[in-house]
Design a protein around this ligand. Structure first.
Ligand code: 0X9
Ligand code: ZN
Length: 322
């Protein structure tokens, strides 16, 4: 059995045990796809949710949605919501049958398990991965010598190979937004990118779950220039945040990162759109708006999960129609 619950945040091993349980209990619709390992050797497993009620020809053209969570270690609500989406699609398949029959789901609930475990054992507010890179800058070595312990890891949301390092990222390994020694230096980003490129013909939406500030962000982030299909992304995004609001009355702002937050280059959403060619690419900043911030109480896992599940279903329904 498993002991995954929704009233507390879980360790990574609990995630894996629960996913195994789902795959064993619902083999017709759940497949676990190992895509690689983290720097510290933890397995990364994509959960594929797909019903068999299609012909082979239909399967080839069936739209797919990608969702990832846990890229930033301290944003605990993100992997929890990704797991909740998996639970609903699988355990309540009969209720949500249309969105599973018409769309394939690829969900990686935890991109950064090393960082996540580190937030449980050592530093609750850790953000990056836990890889070791030589700090070849003497100046930064001396300046940061008092904080050596923060010089591990890479900001996985600055490590993607699209306008990498151009803006809103640091080349200082000791900084929170360190982009890495080069694009895709990290096994976690590399594994996700390879998987998405292998399936990019069918993946029509890329969603990456972060926290916090309640925002539905659209590309670009590396430039203030509007994306060419801005209106399409806004239209789809508005459907998502409207469906979201109906659940608990909670509002998410929508817009580009450069207009609502700040510029960042080498982020996954820009890569998904700019390199993989996935039209509907979004970064979702989950609850809250700062009263608890990263320390969001576990009592908000279910309400956040329900509203975000409604939002992603709205996108799935829309893709299924086209
Ligand atoms: O800085 C980030 O990576 C995101 N904020 S967070 O607090 N979750 O770290 C914002 C990303 C904004 N840029 C893109 N959407 N690309
Ligand atoms: Zn984040």
């Amino acid at each position: 059995g498993h002991s995954f619950t929704w009233n507390r945040y879980h360790r990574y091993n609990d995630f894996l045990v629960y996913l195994e349980h789902l795959a064993n209990t619902y083999p017709q619709i759940v497949e676990l796809m190992p895509i690689g390992k983290s720097s510290e050797g933890r397995i990364l497993k994509v959960v594929k949710i797909s019903s068999g009620s299609n012909t082979d020809a239909e399967k080839l053209i069936k739209p797919a949605i990608w969702i990832d969570g846990g890229m930033h270690a301290r944003e605990w609500i993100s992997p929890a919501v990704a797991m909740f989406i998996i639970k609903q699609l699988v355990e309540r398949y009969e209720t949500f049958k249309p969105v599973v029959d018409k769309v394939d789901w690829y969900i990686l609930p935890m991109v950064n398990p090393d960082g996540y475990e580190y937030t449980h054992t050592s530093d609750r507010l850790w953000r990056k991965s836990r890889s070791q890179h030589d700090d070849n800058s003497l100046r930064s070595r001396i300046f940061w010598s008092a904080f050596r312990s923060s010089c591990e890891g890479v900001d996985l949301n600055r490590n993607w190979d699209f306008h990498w390092g151009e803006t809103g990222a640091s080349d200082n390994p000791c900084h929170e937004t360190y982009a890495g020694p080069k694009a895709f230096s990290e096994p976690e980003t590399r594994a996700v990118a390879d998987f998405i490129l292998d399936h990019k013909e069918r993946i029509q939406a890329y969603l990456t779950l972060h926290a916090y500030s309640q925002m539905w962000l659209i590309p670009w982030s590396y430039t203030k220039t509007k994306v060419e299909d801005y209106e399409d992304l806004m239209f789809m995004g508005r459907k998502a945040i409207e469906a979201c609001k109906k659940v608990n009355g909670v509002h998410y702002d929508i817009g580009s990162s450069t207009s609502l937050l700040y510029a960042t280059a080498g982020s996954s959403d820009d890569w998904a759109k700019g390199r993989a060619g996935i039209k509907y690419s979004y970064t979702v900043e989950l609850r809250d708006k700062g009263s608890h911030g990263f320390l969001l109480p576990a009592s908000q896992i279910l309400p956040t999960g329900r509203e975000i599940f409604a939002a992603v279903r709205a996108i799935a329904r829309s893709l299924a129609q086209t």
